[in-house]
Design a binder for this molecule. Structure first.
Ligand code: F6R
Length: 632
C-alpha cells in the first residue's frame, strides 16, 4: 500500500519520479505528490485523487513558470502515491510532508504506531501540524535531528541525512518505509525500511529507491534487496546500507528477468484484460524447468531437507483473498496426493486463534506481492512456534520469501491490475507442484506419476489459449448481467473455491452483491435468496472424474432453476447433461478434475471485468482497494 519512488542522479528527477509513480499507482490512488530538490531549494506539489490530478497541476505550474528554478530542473526527488490510513484522502494529507523549516520532505508507507505520543511531544515543543497523518511526525523529527547534528558542528553531507534518519527510526514503532530529502543536502535520498517494502535500483551515475522494481525497470534491471531495519542512502554514484545503529550492512543484488514492456498495457483497455490473456504464458513460465533430469520437482530456494519434509505431519496453507482461494484448491490436491491433513486459514485470523504448530508442521504461505502484512505476521507466528514455512510468491526480493524456509516463485511477471488473475492461476500451479514434491519426497508418488501430472499441467496453457479464443459470448453475457441486483456462484469440491473467487472478483470490480457457496450448502439456507431471474453461476465438475460429484452439482442446478434462477453453467466440453438446465453454458476444455480450476476460473474473471467496465468502473483500480496490503 502506497507507492514510493526516489531518484538521485544527473537527469531531471521529476519525469523519472512521475513515471515511477505511474507504474506504482496500483498500490494506492487516493493522492499523489512529489518533492524535488532544485539547487538548494525544496519544491513540492501534491494533490488528492489519482496521479493525473497531480500531473495537471504540475503542468499548470510549468506553464506559469513560477519558480526561479523550476520543479522540472532538480535532479534529486521523491514521489508518493497514497492508500490512506491516517487521515482522509485530502490534499493536506497527501505526501510528501514537509517539516516546518520547509527544507525536509518525507514520504511514507506503513503505520507509525506511536505517532500520537510523538505528535503530542512535538506539539508541546511548539510544532504546528498541517496534516492528520502519522508521517508528518517523521518529517519534523528528521528536521530536528538534522538541526541538532548541525548545531553540534557536523557539516552538511549525505551521511548527515542518513544519521538523522537513523536517529528518528530508533524512535518509531510500527511498520514503515520512509524516504527523505533535505534541501541542504542536494543529490541524496535516504530511505529506511521496517516491515514494509523498499528496493534499490542500481543505475549508471544514478540510483533509485522504490516500493517495487516496476518503478525503475525502464532504467535498470539491476536491483538490491534490503533487509529489515535498514537505512539506505543513495546518491548518483553510491549506495550505502547500514542498520538502524549505523553498522554497515549488505544488500542482496538481484537481476530482474522481465522488462518494461511487461508492465505496459500493450494495446489493451485495462491491465486486467492483458493479464487475463497472459495467463497461458504465465502458467508455462511457472512450469518451466520444474522437473529435474532425475524427475524431481525443483523449488527455487530450499532451506529445508527432504527429511524435514518427510517429518511433516500437518500442513496449514495461509493466505488472503484470492491467494486464500488458491490455497483452498490446493487442499484438495495436497490431501489427495500426500494423505497429509491440510488446513487452509485466512492469514488475518491465523495467529489470533493460537493454532497448534510445531516442528513437524509445514505452513505454506501464498502471496503474490510477498508483502501482505497479514500473511507476513502469520508467517512470523508460525516460525516462532518452530513450524517450517514454505512460500509461494510472485515477487523477487520481497519480505515473505526472504523470511521463509523454502520458496517456489510463480513466474507470472508483474501483475498491475488490483484484481488478481494470473497470480491466482500461477499460485494454483505452484500449489500442485508443492503437492507433487511432498508426495514424491515421502515416497507416495513415483517419478513417472509426478511426470504424468506435470504433463497434464503442461497441456493447460494451450487449452487456456483455446478457451480465451472463444470467450466473446462471456463478454456479451456480462453486458446483459450488468443491472442484476445480485449474482450467486455455486460449486463443489475444487469448484467451490472457484465459485468463491468468481464472487470476490465481481464484488471488488463491479461493486455488486455477489456470493459464492458450496453447492450442497444451498439447501441449508442460501437457496432462500433465489428469486425469479436471479443469476446463478454454476461451476460443474467433469463427468469423467467422479461421476457422483458431477451428478450432485447437476441436481443443485436443477434445484435453483426450479426456483426461478437464471443459470450460467461452466461445464466441460461435451457435457450434455447440463444442457436442459442451463440458460447459458460456457464450455471449457477437458482436463483432470483437480486441475480444472486453471480453466473454470477464467470465464469468471472475464465476466467480472466486463460487468465492471459495462457499469463504467475503473477495472484496474477499483474503489477503496490497493494492490499490496501492507497494513494489518
Ligand atoms: C483480489 C486480490 C486480493 C489479494 C490479497 C492477497 O483480486 O487480489 O484478494 O489476493 O490481497 O494479496 P497477496 O497475494 O499479494 O498476498
Amino acid at each position: 500500500m502506497c507507492g514510493i519512488v526516489g531518484y538521485a542522479g544527473a537527469r531531471p528527477a521529476l519525469g523519472i519520479v512521475l513515471d515511477g509513480l505511474r507504474r506504482l499507482e496500483y498500490r494506492g490512488y487516493d493522492s499523489a505528490g512529489v518533492a524535488i530538490v532544485c539547487g538548494d531549494e525544496l519544491l513540492t506539489e501534491k494533490k488528492a485523487g489519482k496521479l493525473a490530478n497531480l500531473e495537471k497541476i504540475l503542468a499548470e505550474r510549468d506553464a506559469a513558470d513560477c519558480d526561479a528554478l523550476g520543479i522540472g530542473d532538480g535532479t534529486t526527488g521523491i514521489g508518493h502515491t497514497r492508500w490512506a490510513t491516517h487521515g482522509g484522502p485530502t490534499d493536506r494529507n497527501a505526501h510528501p510532508h514537509v517539516a516546518r523549516d520547509g527544507r525536509v520532505a518525507v514520504i511514507h508507507n506503513g503505520i507509525i504506531e506511536n505517532f500520537a505520543r510523538l505528535r503530542a511531544e512535538l506539539e508541546a515543543d511548539g510544532v504546528q501540524f498541517t496534516s492528520d497523518t502519522d508521517t508528518e511526525c517523521a518529517a519534523h523529527l528528521i528536521s530536528i535531528a538534522l538541526g541538532q547534528l548541525r548545531a553540534a558542528g557536523h557539516a552538511d553531507s549525505p551521511q548527515l541525512l542518513a544519521e538523522a534518519m537513523r536517529q528518528v527510526c530508533q524512535r518509531l514503532e510500527g511498520a514503515f518505509t520512509l524516504l527523505a530529502v533535505d534541501a541542504g543536502v542536494p543529490g541524496a535520498v535516504v530511505g529506511a525500511r521496517r516491515n514494509s517494502p523498499l528496493v534499490v535500483g542500481r543505475g549508471q551515475g544514478e540510483n533509485y529507491l522504490a516500493s517495487d522494481v516496476s518503478a525503475f525497470i525502464e532504467h535498470t534491471r539491476d536491483a538490491v534487496e534490503l533487509g529489515q531495519d535498514q537505512i539506505v542512502l543513495i546518491t548518483g554514484d553510491s549506495i550505502e546500507i547500514t542498520d538502524f545503529d549505523g553498522n554497515p550492512a549488505a544488500g542482496k543484488d538481484f537481476h530482474i528477468d522481465w522488462d518494461a514492456s511487461a508492465a505496459e498495457k500493450g494495446g489493451y483497455d485495462w491491465f486486467m484484460l492483458k493479464e487475463i490473456e497472459e495467463q497461458p504464458q504465465a502458467i508455462a513460465d511457472t512450469l518451466l524447468g520444474r522437473l529435474t533430469e532425475t524427475g524431481e520437482i525443483a523449488l527455487d530456494e530450499v532451506r529445508l531437507s527432504d527429511q524435514d519434509l518427510r517429518d511433516v505431519d500437518k500442513i496449514f496453507i495461509v493466505a488472503c483473498g484470492t491467494a486464500y482461494h488458491s490455497g483452498m484448491v490446493a487442499k484438495y490436491a495436497i490431501e489427495h496426493w500426500t494423505r497429509i491433513p491440510c488446513e487452509v486459514e485466512l492469514a488475518s485470523e491465523f495467529r489470533y486463534r493460537d493454532p497448534v504448530l510445531d516442528r513437524s508442521t509445514l505452513v505454506v504461505v501464498i502471496s503474490q506481492s510477498g508483502e501482505t502484512m497479514d500473511t507476513l505476521m502469520a508467517l512470523r507466528h508460525a516460525k516462532e512456534q518452530k513450524a517450517r514455512v514454505l512460500a509461494i510468491c510472485n515477487t523477487n526480493g520481497s519480505t515473505i520469501p526472504r523470511e521463509s524456509d523454502a520458496v517456489l516463485y510463480t513466474h507470472g511477471g508483474p501483475e498491475i491490475a488490483v484484481a488478481s488473475t494470473k497470480a491466482f492461476l500461477t499460485q494454483l500451479v505452484a500449489c500442485y507442484l508443492i503437492g507433487l514434491h511432498l508426495a514424491q519426497v515421502r515416497g507416495i508418488k513415483f517419478a513417472d506419476e509426478v511426470a504424468a501430472v506435470v504433463d497434464q499441467l503442461q497441456e493447460v496453457p494451450d487449452k487456456l489459449r483455446e478457451l480465451l479464443g472463444r470467450i466473446e459470448p462471456v463478454r456479451e453475457l456480462a453486458r446483459d448481467l450488468k443491472t442484476a441486483p445480485t449474482v450467486l456462484f455455486i460449486g463443489r469440491h475444487v469448484g467451490y473455491p472457484v465459485a468463491l473467487e468468481g464472487a470476490l472478483k465481481l464484488k471488488e470490480l463491479a461493486y455488486m452483491h455477489a456470493e459464492g457457496f458450496a453447492a450442497g450448502e444451498l439447501k441449508h439456507g442460501p437457496i432462500a435468496l433465489i428469486d425469479q431471474g436471479t443469476p446463478v453461476v454454476c461451476v460443474v465438475p467433469s463427468p469423467a472424474g467422479r461421476g457422483m460429484l458431477h451428478d450432485k452439482v447437476v441436481s443443485n442446478i436443477q434445484e435453483v432453476r426450479a426456483r426461478g434462477a437464471r443459470t450460467i453453467v461452466i461445464a466441460e466440453e461435451g457435457d450434455e447433461a447440463v444442457l436442459p438446465y442451463a440458460d447459458h453454458v460456457i464450455y471449457v476444455p477437458r482436463t483432470p478434475t483437480l486441475l480444472a480450476p486453471l480453466l473454470t476460473t477464467v470465464p469468471l474473471q472475464v465476466l467480472a471485468a466486463e460487468i465492471a467496465a459495462a457499469r463504467g468502473h475503473d477495472v484496474d483500480q477499483p474503489r477503496n482497494l490497493a494492490k499490496s496490503v501492507t497494513v494489518e
